[in-house]
Write a protein that binds this ligand. Structure first.
Ligand SMILES: [Zn+2]
Length: 366
C-alpha cells in the first residue's frame, strides 16, 4: 500500500489510467540497470527516479568533464571541477530528486569479466545509455541470454533511434543492425557532435517503454524501431525485422535453449583486443577508444588505490588531484591527462592512438 506522501507524490502518474495505483506499486518494486550514464543515461536516470522505480543501478566507466555539461542533464559545474565519476555524481543527484529510490553507483567498464553479470543481476530491464557498439552488443547478448528486456537507444548529431527489444518476443540488436563492424560504420558524436534536444527525445522514447514494461502494461510495448531527428525534423517508425534464421540469441532455436554456446561465441566477438597492441604489453592493454573524447581507455595490470602512482607522476612534473573515486594527473606542457580508477583502468586523454596511449602509460604509470 502507498502512504499519504507517496500518494501525493505520484498522484498525476497514477491518474493516468493504464498505470493507476497497481502500476505505481509495480514500478516501486522494480529494479533497473542504466548502462552508461552520459547523455542518454543521465536523462534515463531522472525519468526512472521521478517515476518511482524502486532501485536504480547506474554503471559508467567515465567521469564528468566540462564538455559534458551541454547535454548531460544531471551534472553541474561542481561535478566537472571535482572530476567525479558519472555514476557517483548521478547517484548523488538522484538521491536528492527522490530520496526513497535506492541507487547504486557502479564505476566500472561493463565489458570487464563478470562486471555486467554483477550489475544486471536481478534487474527487470536494462536501459541502454552507451555510446558505442561493443558495449551495446555485450548488453544485448547478456539480456537475450537471460531473458531481460533491453531498451535500446542511440543518438548522434540531431537524430537518434530507439527500440524495446524483448527476448522471446522481438529480434535482438544483432538482427536489427548487424554486428560491431556494421554498427561502428555510422555517424557518432565524435564526427557530427550531438544536440541535447535529440538526446531528450530518444531518452523519452526509451523511458516510456520502460515505464510500460515495469508498470505491468507489457502488451502496450511499441514493437517498432523509431528513427527521429529534431533538425531537420523527421520521424519514422519501422516494423522490427524477424530474427535472422541463424541468430544464436533470438531465433526460435536459441529460445529453445541453445544459448550458452552462443554466448561464448558472441562475447569473444564483442570485446576484441588488437593483436599489435597485445604484443606490446609491458604494463597494460588497450580496451577502447572513447567516443568523441580523444581518449583511449587502457587496462593496467594493477588494481587498487590509484594514489600508488602519485609520487611518480609528481616527480615527472604532473599536477595531480585525487578524490575517493579516481586520480587525475595533468601532464606537463599540456600534453594530455591521465585519469586512473581503482579497478585498474586508465583513461589517457590527448590521443586517440592506442599505441601512443600505451607508451604514455609505460612512462608515467610504471
Ligand atoms: Zn538476433
Amino acid at each position: 500500500m502507498l502512504d499519504a506522501e507517496q500518494r501525493e507524490r505520484y498522484s498525476r502518474q497514477m491518474r493516468f489510467t493504464p498505470i493507476g495505483e497497481t502500476g505505481q506499486l509495480k514500478l516501486m518494486r522494480s529494479r533497473v540497470l542504466i548502462a552508461g550514464v552520459g547523455s542518454l543515461g543521465a536523462s534515463l536516470a531522472q525519468h526512472m527516479a521521478r517515476a518511482g522505480v524502486g532501485e536504480i543501478r547506474l554503471a559508467d566507466r567515465d567521469y564528468v568533464e566540462w564538455s559534458n555539461l551541454q547535454r548531460q542533464m544531471l551534472f553541474d559545474e561542481d561535478d566537472a571541477r571535482l572530476s567525479l565519476p558519472k555514476a557517483a555524481a548521478a547517484a548523488d543527484k538522484l538521491s536528492r530528486i527522490a530520496s526513497s529510490v535506492r541507487t547504486e553507483a557502479i564505476v566500472a567498464d561493463l565489458t570487464a569479466p563478470g562486471a555486467l553479470e554483477a550489475a544486471a543481476a536481478g534487474c527487470d530491464l536494462v536501459l541502454d545509455g552507451t555510446d558505442n557498439a561493443a558495449v551495446r552488443l555485450h548488453l544485448n547478448d547478456w539480456c537475450f541470454r537471460n531473458g531481460v528486456p533491453f531498451i535500446y537507444g542511440g543518438v548522434a548529431g540531431a537524430a537518434g533511434m530507439s527500440a524495446a527489444l524483448v527476448p522471446g518476443s522481438t529480434c535482438c540488436l544483432r538482427c536489427l543492425f548487424g554486428g560491431e563492424e556494421e554498427q561502428e560504420s555510422g555517424d557518432t558524436c565524435d564526427t557530427i557532435g550531438m544536440l541535447s534536444p535529440a538526446v531528450e527525445m530518444i531518452a523519452a522514447l526509451q523511458s516510456a517503454e520502460a515505464i510500460k514494461w515495469l508498470s505491468g502494461n507489457r502488451g502496450e510495448l511499441r514493437r517498432t524501431l523509431v528513427s527521429a531527428a529534431v533538425w531537420p525534423f523527421a520521424m519514422r517508425e519501422h516494423r522490427l525485422p524477424a530474427s535472422s534464421a541463424g541468430c544464436r540469441l533470438c531465433s526460435a532455436a536459441a529460445i529453445a535453449g541453445d544459448v550458452n554456446q552462443a554466448m561464448t561465441q558472441t562475447m569473444s566477438a564483442a570485446a576484441p583486443v588488437s593483436k599489435a597492441a597485445d604484443a606490446a604489453l609491458a604494463v597494460s592493454k588497450t580496451t577502447a577508444v572513447l567516443c568523441g573524447r580523444d581518449t583511449v581507455q587502457v587496462e593496467l595490470q594493477r588494481t587498487g588505490n590509484p594514489g600508488m602512482y602519485r609520487s611518480r607522476l609528481e616527480q615527472l612534473g604532473c599536477t595531480v588531484i585525487q578524490n575517493p573515486y579516481l586520480l587525475r594527473a595533468e601532464l606537463p606542457d599540456n600534453e594530455g591527462r591521465f585519469v586512473v580508477f581503482p579497478d585498474g583502468r586508465a583513461l589517457v586523454q590527448g590521443t586517440s592512438d592506442p599505441g601512443e596511449a600505451i607508451r604514455r602509460c609505460e612512462i608515467y604509470l610504471s
